[in-house]
Structure formats: C-alpha cells, structure tokens
Ligand binder design. Structure first.
Ligand SMILES: [Zn+2]
Length: 318
C-alpha cells in the first residue's frame, strides 16, 4: 500500500538512537534535553491543541516518583526522554473513570501550567502530529511494560529498570528482559461492494470496526486473519494481502492491517468474542462516516481500522 505510513504513528522524524541508550544518564544533563511526562498511561498535553508538553528534566513535576526515566531518541538532534510519575496521587481521583473503556477525565498537577493536563492518548489520536504520536506511543508502551514486569518470568526475582528503559534486569538470576510487542492482525474483509464489521461487548454504543485478533505462536499473519475472522463471524476468507501496520500501545500491540477476499457471506458470530457482526456497503459507510446513521458509528479517528476503511472508500488500497 503506497500510503501505508500515513497511518497515525507512522511518518515520524524521531530518531530512536538506540546506540545512545547506554549514555542516557550523561545525555540527560545536556541543557537541550527535554522530557514528556507520563502518569498511569496518560500523557501530559496542552488541553486545547493536544500537543505533548516537553519539559526540562529539572522541572518540579519530576520530583514525583514513578517507574523511571526512558530515553526515547532524538528530534532534530535534541534528546527526548519520557519520565513516569505514576506514584502521584491526585486529589479527588475517580477510580471508576480509570477503569472505563476510555477514561474521559483530565488530571491536573499543581506544578504544571493550568492549560496542561494528563489525558488518555487514545482520545486524541486524530489531533497528534506524527512525532507526538510516535513519542507518545513509545512512552506509553514502554512504561506499561515496566509496570507489569516487576518480577522475573524465569525465576520470580525482583527486576530493575535498566538500559534507559529498554530492559529490565533480574536481581536474583541476572536475566535480562526486553519490552514486548504483541502481533495483532486486523482484517479489511471485503465481498463485492461491502466490508465486514463487528463490535465487541463494552464498546461505545453502535461503534463497529474491522475484526481483529492476536496472532498465535507458530501462526502466519495470513493464517491468523483467516482463523480470527472465521472464529468470530463464520465468514471464510480467501487470499489475504498485507496493507499497513500501526503500533497500538493500549497496552502493547502492533496491528498488521490486511485485506482479504471473503469466500462466504453468511454470518454466525461467536458470542464469547463479539456482540454482533454485519456487512456494510460503501453507500452505508458514506452515511456512517457522515454521522447520519444512529445504528452505526465508525472506528475511532486515528485507528488503523478507520485508516483502512477510508482508503477502501477512496479506492486507494494499492
Ligand atoms: Zn530471574
């Protein structure tokens, strides 16, 4: 797909500069070093523009403690870090919001400007620059991994933050562990003029998206696409071809977007996996994308599902 890297999280100029990770402590003392702030998966951003806030590393906000300081790379030769302050306990925190499908609340810290807040990145994907999307996705995914890997999967010993955030080392067996990315296949399944969409329980009302699922060990992307779509909808797929990818740091996926020709159209859903599935024609999708169909709202802007659906509508999948 020619425009594959136009997807959100693609096309960024960030140089991840992995060779500098060993020198990160020294780089952090440079005057031009800046850091993003991360709190429980949310990023500090401008409340209006949603631009990520880059702060000097000695900013008072970073007196709060958390999971550590990760080196994300360089932008225009300037070093960019991300610092986690998840130990901060805001006053009046609503625990039910944190467990919602998408936490709608903004969290303000007294050390930042009044127009800056911690907010779920997933709510603002369409507003992010390619660089902010790349930086934010990386920071979110890396700290999410640290948060759930405090103990060694080999021996159960305590692990410590290492290599500027790109490793954890076991204090008992000295084993090293690296941030994981889980492969997910997401399928633009087509039949004639229609695309197959489904919805999971718990999604916002009437939201439908492309069918997707984790690639299992030992499986190709193509086989996973055929298996997932058949399991969830009963639809058989023929030829499967790759279109584009997107990191999806909620918490740790890499989405492989593929196109597939459906060989059958009858739908039998697996209620364990999805709530409903349906074929949607291009004409119906025009109404859906325009917000004129109350029974069908589209995948969120910025998601690869939305990107692929819009490319299909434009006949721009090559
Ligand atoms: Zn160990």
């Amino acid at each position: 797909m020619r425009r594959a890297e136009d997807v959100t999280f693609g096309n960024s100029q960030l140089d991840r500069a992995a060779h500098l990770r060993r020198k990160a402590d020294q780089i952090a003392t440079q005057d031009d070093a800046l850091a993003l702030a991360v709190w429980r998966g949310k990023l500090l951003m401008d409340q209006e523009s949603c631009a990520l806030i880059h702060l000097p590393l000695d900013h008072p906000l970073f007196n709060e403690s958390g999971l550590g300081r990760a080196f994300l790379g360089q932008l225009d030769d300037k070093p960019i870090f991300a610092i986690d302050i998840s130990d901060w306990e805001p006053e009046g925190l609503d625990p039910s919001a944190m467990s919602a499908f998408l936490d709608p609340t903004d969290n303000h810290h007294a050390a930042t400007d009044a127009n800056q807040c911690f907010r779920e990145m997933r709510a603002v994907l369409g507003a992010l620059t390619p660089e902010d999307a790349h930086l934010g996705a990386t920071a979110r995914a890396v700290f999410s991994w640290h948060n759930s890997h405090g103990f060694c999967p080999r021996c159960g010993g305590k692990t410590l933050f290492s290599d500027a955030g790109w490793q954890r080392v076991c204090t008992a067996c000295n084993g090293t562990h690296f941030p994981r990315t889980d492969a997910v296949v997401i399928v633009l399944a087509l039949h004639g003029n229609s695309v197959l969409l489904g919805r999971s329980p718990g999604w916002p009302d009437s939201m439908y998206s492309l069918l997707a699922g984790f690639v299992e060990p030992g499986e190709t992307i193509e086989a996973a696409a055929r298996r997932e779509v058949f399991e969830e909808s009963g639809v058989r797929l023929g030829r499967v071809s790759y279109l584009a990818s997107q990191p999806w740091p909620f918490p740790a996926s890499l989405m492989f977007g593929v196109k597939a020709e459906a060989q059958s159209t009858d739908i039998t859903i697996d209620p364990e996996e999805i709530e409903n599935a349906r074929w949607v024609s291009k004409e119906e999708m025009v109404e859906c994308l325009a917000g004129r169909d109350p029974s069908l709202s589209p995948a969120r802007k910025g998601s690869i599902a939305r990107f692929l659906i819009e490319a299909w509508m434009r006949d721009d999948l090559d």
